[in-house]
Ligand binder design. Sequence first.
Ligand code: ADP
Ligand code: ZN
Length: 305
Amino acid sequence: MFGAVEAGGTKFICAVGPSPDKLLAKVSFPTTSPQETLAKVNEFFLQQIEENGALRAIGLGSFGPINISRQSADFGKLAATPKKGWAGFDIVKAISKTVNTDVALETDVNCALLGEAAFGSGKGVEDLAYITIGTGIGGGLMNKGRLIQGYSHPEIGHMLAVRHPDDQDFPGICAFHGGQCFEGLASGPAIEKRWACKAVELDKNHKAWKIQGYYIAALCMNLLLSVTPKRIILGGGVMNQRQLFPIIREELTSLLAGYIDLASNNLNLQEVIVPAGLDGEGALQGAILLAKQYVDENVSHQQSG
Ligand code: ADP
Ligand code: ZN
């Protein structure tokens, strides 16, 4: 049995199961203070262990920014999050100490990417990007089947954005970059502040979606030109607005201005820009995969010396 946690800024979801497609028990609760939230996580796992036996490892997909480098002294600690009380909190230790189980850590979006790559819209493609457009904008990147990590995990939502011509004055909502980054301009809360209504209530033909599609297309363009993914999977609450997909492909074509020869690179934007396939289960499934990989790697390390 493995454990999985999807630690989001809005809610936490925990599950256990022998494999990603068999999630046996699942709970979800709102994200409050670190102490209160982690007490609920630990209570769930301790109860599952009592009922079903020990967990081999727990896969944790967390909101960020978070230190995911095992060699670092700050491994497991959340960094400069605007979420009150969470900056500096060691979420890995908070679980592993109480539940007495190893915790494998990735970002929530990297877990969603692992899930989508194995079972969802990324199946069969080794060069992938996953972007969530929700309360924030975040993304994971995969090259030849491996998650990309350098000094830290990617933070593509905070890349510099160029303003849409009809969106020059909106101040943006990013606590760090105002309206200079994609999260500041195109996350769910940004849409809601700009138009002063719920994103879900905006008419499908509202010009909000044209501006939104432009920003997402610009983000996709930056990824296509830098990391060269063959597919970009778009998830998160805002992407429930399915009219965005044709707008994004159209804006992307226009922004690229013919620079990438799509046909000779076997790229067809219908297949490059796609919705997530796992309907919000991707990160949990990816977290189980992550726990499994962790156990496999550690067991083989121990065997090889
Ligand atoms: P989170 O990012 O917290 O994990 P979501 O991905 O569901 O959660 O994103 C929530 C945000 O997405 C909300 O702030 C809202 O603005 C937006 N959103 C949710 N559902 C829809 C919808 N059907 N249409 C447009 N926007 C939506
Ligand atoms: Zn930002």
